[in-house]
Design a protein. Structure first.
Length: 233
């Protein structure tokens, strides 16, 4: 296991997603969603590693419509995650799944009082299905939108270039570059022509055993997404 993962013990990171939607050539909308995340490492359990993820603060962009407030309430469902992680830094199990299911029942009942309609029903059904399938839930939590900048195999020891298949249908390429006492992990992609993604890339910086910052950018026809992580303490 990478010392970087072990060094996550009681660390705080700021995770942020910025979405820019180009409505037309003259008008775009930018929204941001940031979280302050505390990561606790409790040691090794058999061949895996025990973590707790606590989201202590949510920061949403200023402009909030009805749907933004709706999604904000749902986001609190995933502010406490207990999980196991393998030696490569991938989430393998969610240990408080029953807690999440019970919590979702309460959140759903509360939201049903003010939100009605087929679209809401479909959205609630998707979340319920996600919580009933641990494999899908792990994939969701390991996405860059959620906690993938911390737990998706990036925080392992890299001595040479590696490739892996993305769930979006392309190949991620991870290239380590030594820069003094820092390791810079460059992320690029191939086979994007098989997807609806126009460009994909990112960069992660580790100093010694400390993961300091990183980002992933995804560009589609009308969307530009930037997921970033910063160690804050």
């Amino acid at each position: 296991m990478s010392n970087i993962l072990q060094n996550l013990h009681q660390k705080t990171f700021r995770l942020e997603t910025i979405v820019t939607e180009q409505k037309n050539p003259f008008y775009s909308i930018k929204k941001s969603y940031a979280r302050e995340v505390e990561v606790y490492y409790y040691g090794k359990v058999k061949e895996e590693h025990d973590f707790q993820i606590l989201v202590t603060d949510f920061i949403f962009s200023e402009e909030e419509g009805t749907m933004d407030k709706f999604l904000k309430k749902i986001s609190y469902l995933f502010d406490e995650i207990e999980c196991k992680v393998d030696a490569e830094g991938n989430i393998t199990s969610v240990d408080n799944l029953l807690f999440l299911r019970v919590r979702w029942g309460k959140i759903q009942a509360d939201l049903f009082e003010t939100h009605k309609g087929e679209a809401v029903d479909r959205y609630f059904s998707q979340i319920s299905d996600l919580l009933e399938d641990e494999t899908k839930l792990i994939d969701f939590l390991g996405s860059y939108t959620m906690f993938g900048l911390l737990f998706n195999g990036l925080l392992q020891s890299f001595d040479a270039k590696r490739k892996r298949e993305s769930s979006d249908g392309f190949t991620e390429i991870m290239t380590p570059i030594k820069d003094g006492d820092k390791i810079i992990l460059k992320i690029s992609a191939e086979n994007l022509e098989q997807t609806n993604i126009n460009d994909f890339g990112g960069l992660f910086v580790c100093k010694g055993d400390q993961f300091e910052e990183g980002f992933i950018e995804i560009k589609k026809d009308n969307f530009h997404l930037k997921h970033s992580l910063l160690w804050v303490g």
